[in-house]
Write a protein that binds this ligand. Structure first.
Ligand SMILES: [Zn+2]
Length: 459
């Protein structure tokens, strides 16, 4: 008896416009094998699919994109959006205001924040999210385990980074002592999490990475040991770097060198590393970053909110750096909306470069294939045969799009903010603008209560 695999195919038929992120022609749509969760065919203009088709999704009034990929977030911060004591502050005082509040975070709050933040991102067209969680007060020693469960509820792809802080205020760091752990606590838990959860397979829904909060909140020994551990298990490394000029001064004072020199000194200048922000690099540093093929997560909204500066995206890309996009934590970008972040990326880059030097397609590329490269993945971030069926569809049915002519440009320039439908690994996560996995109103209610309680602890 021969065993044949029966395909269950879906044709996303004749979208109004399509962005594949690789310049291949999929004008008449794509065919997905819902069993394997992969794209099996791109259908060129005026062509019909070659594969037998079981189901059709009529996309004639929609724009088709690869699922958007957010490469930097702190989901727990959704609990402190627009928090009065932290408004209108510079990065370091902003952090010092928020750290004691965040130190009171409880497991149910982190669960609610992770689910709500992921839901918000998915509704905006995201299918993959990297979260940077670095707060492990006593109540949250199993923070990443909580996030693993929360992410499985929403059913998108995640890279959960096991963050860390080991240098508290008494050692010259920024965070309060109650939020820091010892190097051995951090390393033991990191190894446990990699062994337990890291999938490291094509189509992985859950990867683990290691991520000291910043080089100024952990010891030099921990930076080195984290890199060693990550390489032992072949997981990625992540941290914040070159976010503000203050950071450069702080680093010179603390280590006698600029942030990138310090990074190199602890063996972090390598292609398994991605850095959030990456704004304040000089020409020579950009060259070194490119040679090492480091990834940079550009966070436009956060950089504007905190007046951090503008990432040198074009120079970084030209040097060989992988550039992706991130919304960053909700406390410094009060929204977690990926399609809006694409627009923000276009706009902030227009302040640095000329109008004909950065287009909406560049910004879309960062949010898709660029972000996939930053996360070390070649199975997502583009529409191509053999890639994961991760996609987002947007309709242009709101007044904001009325009178527009180029549907792809309209999506970004007119300010799309919610996806009509989202698919991850061949599973629908959103249909008709609605989240399928959870009741969003209930999630919001639980999350709002958690936010109130968190702030009351500090009142
Ligand atoms: Zn951040």
């Amino acid at each position: 008896m021969s065993i044949t695999t029966v395909k269950n195919t879906l044709w996303i038929k004749q979208p109004k416009a399509v962005f594949t992120a690789n310049q291949q022609n999929a004008d008449n749509g794509i065919v997905v094998d819902l069993n394997s969760g992969k794209i099996i065919e791109l259908v060129a203009k005026n062509q019909q699919p070659q594969s037998p088709i079981n189901q059709i999704y009529n996309a004639s009034d929609q724009v088709l994109l690869p699922g958007l990929i957010n490469t930097h977030h702190h989901l727990y911060q959704t609990l402190t959006r627009a928090f009065p004591p932290a408004l209108n502050k510079r990065l370091f005082p902003w952090l010092q205001t928020l750290y004691p509040v965040w130190a009171k975070l409880q497991p149910d709050m982190l669960n609610a924040a992770t689910q709500l933040g992921l839901a918000e991102l998915v509704l905006s067209g995201a299918t993959t999210v990297a979260d940077h969680h670095y707060l492990f007060p006593d109540a949250l020693s199993e923070a990443i385990d909580i996030q693993v469960n929360a992410a499985s509820q929403i059913n998108c792809r995640v890279t959960l980074t096991r963050g860390s802080m080991s240098l508290g205020e008494k050692d010259g760091g920024l965070p309060p002592q109650t939020t820091v752990q010892t190097d051995s606590q951090i390393l033991d838990d990191s190894e446990r999490l990699i062994k337990r959860y890291h999938q490291n397979t094509e189509g992985s829904k859950l990867n683990i990475a290691l991520a000291p909060c910043s080089p100024f909140s952990v010891t030099t020994e921990l930076m080195q040991a984290t890199a060693k551990l990550a390489r032992q298990y072949q997981v990625q490394l992540h941290t914040h770097l070159a976010e503000t000029e203050d950071e450069n001064r702080f680093c010179i004072k603390m280590f006698g060198m600029r942030p990138l020199d310090y990074l190199e000194s602890v063996d972090w200048l390598a292609n398994d590393v991605w850095l959030a922000h990456g704004i304040h690099f000089n020409d020579e540093e950009i060259k070194r970053l490119g040679q090492a093929k480091v990834g940079i997560c550009h966070c436009p909204s956060s950089n504007m909110v905190l007046a951090s500066g503008i990432c040198r995206t074009k120079e970084l890309q030209a040097a060989g750096v992988k550039v992706g996009l991130g919304v960053d934590g909700s406390a410094s970008n009060d929204g977690s909306n990926m399609i809006q972040e694409v627009r923000q990326a276009l706009l902030i880059n227009r302040l640095r470069y000329q109008a004909d030097e950065i287009t909406h397609l560049d910004a879309l590329y960062w949010a898709t294939k660029g972000s996939a490269q930053v996360l070390g993945r070649n199975d997502i971030g583009e529409l191509a045969v053999g890639k994961q069926a991760d996609l987002a569809l947007f309709d242009l049915a709101e007044p904001r799009f009325s009178g527009s002519h180029d549907p792809l440009a309209a999506l970004i320039l007119c300010g799309a903010h919610k996806a009509k439908a989202v698919m991850c690994a061949g599973n629908w996560l959103v249909k008709n603008h609605q989240l399928l996995s959870s009741d969003i109103n209930e999630l919001q209610h639980i999350h709002q209560n958690a936010a109130k309680r968190l702030v009351q602890y500090n009142g």
